[in-house]
Write a new protein. Structure first.
Length: 457
């Protein structure tokens, strides 16, 4: 009987271990909440002081404290770690704040992030500076980029849209007021279109004029035509649209200049250098222009087309240099974007502050996107596997970078969203001639059979 009980207990233990292993692989969020979180908290509490000491994050205690310890306990005075705050569990990990000891800096803790990850058994550890002397450790319990689930609470606002998930389980927010223009690079099937799709549908729900240039006959942007204020599907149409946008930008500068007729005694709040300082009833709607496969605007097949190409490139550069104050923002997408495209390519790229690099086919393409702002991010972009579409490395001119991944959004759902919010498209008179034609949605057959009306005799 005892042997039967022993074998039953052993079988139950093996089944529990196997179930936990399966849940960790198939349902990492559930595994973390039930198993991983208690284990990691126990490890952190039990080994906090020794781990900080091993990582070199302890300092000698103040002299008064050392004298008090020797006088009362006669124990050996040991170095003290940073003071730890409350442990706050989250659905993806833990958060804990540390008060740094005198002489320490956030970089010291960030340098030990990999050691802390192994010591406490979590997927990753990220360090964020809260205020002078205080940092926050964000412990991530599992790979949140393997199956993307956007946070329930995201800080969205006008021209600020959460479009992807960062590797530290926070939302990547595309903020056009802070980063006016962006370059998005990626090879075929890298997830570049998915990023564009998520960004476009989030902007569609705001009072923003959307302009598209898709020289692949509109195969990428045409499904969202119901929400576009203007759409060009070949280089000839783009050559007609870009001068209109430049003229719209100039008209907006004239409007701003008219408001700057500063008279003596004018209140400071009425002095502005961009459209956001204008009164709301006078402020023109912001314009976001999406350019899919920008190389098609640069490549020419005949010498007679070079003049048109140079004009379009010049107009794009002007929009990138001067468009922010006029409320015109650029999203430039492509597979490669370097000097080999022709004159003006590198000058245009230099104006694109934000950079998003998906999987690319060679290191040179990654350098085109990130090499001039965050050289260490180039290697991270080259390491993106083909099995993870939508994974990208995002950086900006501050030198910071991180990995992100966009959630899956089907083309039909994105197109349906654009049709539902088509009425939110603001009125921009200059763009009316370029408004794409959208056929009316077909009426669904209800299946009811109606009798013919009687014919009067």
């Amino acid at each position: 009987m005892t042997d039967l009980v022993t074998w039953a207990e052993l079988g139950g233990s093996l089944a529990a271990i196997g179930g936990a292993a399966y849940a960790r692989h198939a349902y990492p969020a559930a595994y973390w909440s039930t198993v991983g979180l208690p284990i990691s908290v126990a490890r952190l509490l039990a080994s906090y002081t020794s781990t900080m000491d091993a990582c070199g994050l302890t300092v000698e205690p103040p002299r008064w404290r050392a004298l008090a310890v020797r006088a009362t306990t006669r124990r050996e005075v040991r170095p003290v770690p940073p003071r730890r705050g409350l442990i706050r569990p989250t659905s993806t990990g833990l958060r804990v704040r540390l008060r740094l000891a005198p002489g320490q800096e956030p970089a010291d803790v960030a340098a030990s992030a990999e050691r802390l990850r192994h010591a406490w058994g979590v997927h990753a550890v990220y360090v964020r500076d809260i205020k002078p002397g205080v940092v926050e450790l964000r412990l991530v319990g599992f790979d949140v980029l393997r199956k993307v689930r956007m946070p329930r609470r995201t800080a969205g606002d006008h021209l600020r849209v959460p479009v992807a998930l960062r590797e530290d389980a926070t939302a990547f927010v595309r903020d056009y007021r802070a980063v006016p223009h962006e370059l998005v690079l990626g090879a075929t099937l890298s997830g570049k279109s998915m990023y564009l799709r998520n960004l476009l549908t989030k902007l569609a729900a705001q009072p923003v004029a959307l302009v598209g240039i898709d020289c692949k006959r509109g195969v990428e942007l045409a499904p969202f035509a119901a929400r576009f204020s203007a759409l060009a599907t070949d280089p000839d149409q783009a050559a007609e649209l870009l001068p209109v946008l430049v003229k719209e930008m100039e008209d907006r500068y004239d409007l701003i200049k008219a408001r700057q007729g500063i008279a003596p005694g004018t209140p400071e709040e009425e002095i502005t250098s961009d459209i956001w300082g204008l009164p709301e009833d006078e402020r023109p709607a912001p314009i976001v222009m999406f350019i899919d496969e920008v190389a098609e605007l640069f490549l020419v097949s005949a010498r007679k087309e070079e003049e048109r190409r140079d004009e379009m490139v010049t107009q794009l550069i002007r929009l990138a240099q001067l468009g922010r104050a006029a409320g015109i923002y650029l999203e430039v997408c492509g597979q490669r974007f370097g000097a080999e495209l022709g004159k003006g390519a590198t000058m245009l790229r230099a104006q694109l502050t934000g950079r998003v690099c998906h999987r690319v086919n060679d290191e040179a393409s990654a350098k085109m996107a990130l090499g001039d702002i965050a050289p260490e991010a180039v290697y991270a972009a080259c390491a993106i596997a083909a099995e993870l579409p939508g994974l990208a490395v995002v950086g900006d001119t501050s030198g910071g970078w991180s990995r992100i991944r966009t959630p899956y959004l089907s083309l039909s759902d994105a197109a349906a969203t654009c049709r539902e919010v088509a009425h939110l498209a603001p009125d921009v008179p200059a763009l009316v001639p370029f408004r794409p034609y959208v056929p009316p949605a077909p009426v669904k057959d209800s299946g009811l059979v109606t009798a013919p009306l009687p014919v009067a005799e």
